[in-house]
Design a protein around this ligand. Structure first.
Ligand SMILES: Nc1nc2ncn(CCNC(CO)CO)c2c(=O)[nH]1
Length: 289
């Protein structure tokens, strides 16, 4: 359904949540495939199953728990989506980005999004972590943009700028922390290209988007980023490279979801350290905002 959610719908859900928990998060975290463990970092958790939250969609993908976890990370109030929504599940693009507007109405100032993605850049290895510096929104180019329809100025302007979507300061902070933690050999930076899915891209599609400048390909994140930036939240996003996209016709490689989840398990512990360290520092900057 192409149901769009009004400001009051979003406010209703945010108010419902705020009536059930005293946690007032300033940081929102979105866990990608196999990265739900990030939510387990939170202390003093207050957990909601998506199906119990008014208007919230339900996760249908293996590896996406379907829980909204409130809590604190080293004392900082956070809210974490353990499982996110994808267009390929059949949800409207407004529905999959609804959580970003609810985050905004909960008081979230910075959103950290993670996803699993296929590596296109030949310098990438499976298990690398790519800090997203920009995205190519393929579905958006043909009209599947989450902001299509009437604009509510209480969220943001009609024509929002996206050239500064991936906060430069947060990307630099992440790189500095990666150096401190000794993660520099698997930390990369690049352009993320979102495709509709659920079929993995063909070899010709991998080569096409790589030629267009993409370093990794996936099926999420860009719509959430557009909505998050529209309503003024800062955005940091990273991709866990879970397989190398097949780029030549005589390769025997075949992308599959199980290897996506498996890679997530191996790298998850370092990602948890990176993200939790970031959260303590980001909160610090917000104090000066
Ligand atoms: N080649 C390739 N490798 C990938 N690893 C993760 N994803 C993101 C899509 N993730 C889906 C299926 O695992 C679940 O949302 C992809 C992708 O789209 N292409």
């Amino acid at each position: 359904t192409n149901q769009s959610y009004s400001y009051d719908d979003c406010k209703g859900t945010a108010d419902w949540l705020m009536a059930q928990t005293a946690v007032r998060p300033t940081i929102g975290i979105v866990c990608g495939s196999g990265l739900g463990g990030l939510a387990d970092m939170l202390k003093d958790q207050v957990v909601f199953n998506y199906k119990d939250i008014p208007d919230f969609p339900e996760s249908t993908v293996h590896g996406h728990a379907g829980r909204l976890v409130f809590g604190t990370l080293k004392g900082r109030p956070c809210v974490c989506m353990q499982g996110r929504f994808h267009q390929y599940e059949g949800y409207s693009i407004q529905k999959i980005t609804l959580p970003m507007r609810i985050f905004k109405l909960l008081g979230v100032q910075t959103v950290i999004l993670t996803n699993a993605a296929g590596g296109l850049n030949e310098d990438f290895k499976v298990g690398d972590v790519m800090i997203i510096k920009d995205h190519i929104n393929m579905p958006g180019m043909v009209g599947f943009n989450p902001l299509v329809g009437s604009n509510d100025n209480r969220f943001g302007v009609r024509f929002p700028c996206m050239s500064d979507a991936y906060d430069k300061e947060l990307r630099q902070l992440a790189m500095n922390i990666a150096q401190e933690l000794g993660y520099e050999d698997f930390m990369k930076e690049g352009v993320y290209c979102v495709v509709g899915g659920p079929s993995f891209e063909t070899i010709a599609e991998s080569r096409l988007v790589h030629r267009l400048g993409a370093d990794a390909v996936g099926m999420s994140t860009a719509p959430e980023v557009i909505v998050a930036r529209h309503c003024g939240m800062r955005v940091f996003a990273l991709s866990l490279i879970t397989n190398q996209s097949v780029m030549d016709y005589d390769s025997e490689e075949k992308a599959n979801h199980e290897e996506v989840l498996q890679t997530g398990k191996h790298r998850a512990e370092q990602l948890e350290r990176l993200v939790s360290t970031m959260v303590t520092r980001i909160e610090h900057n917000n104090n000066y905002a």
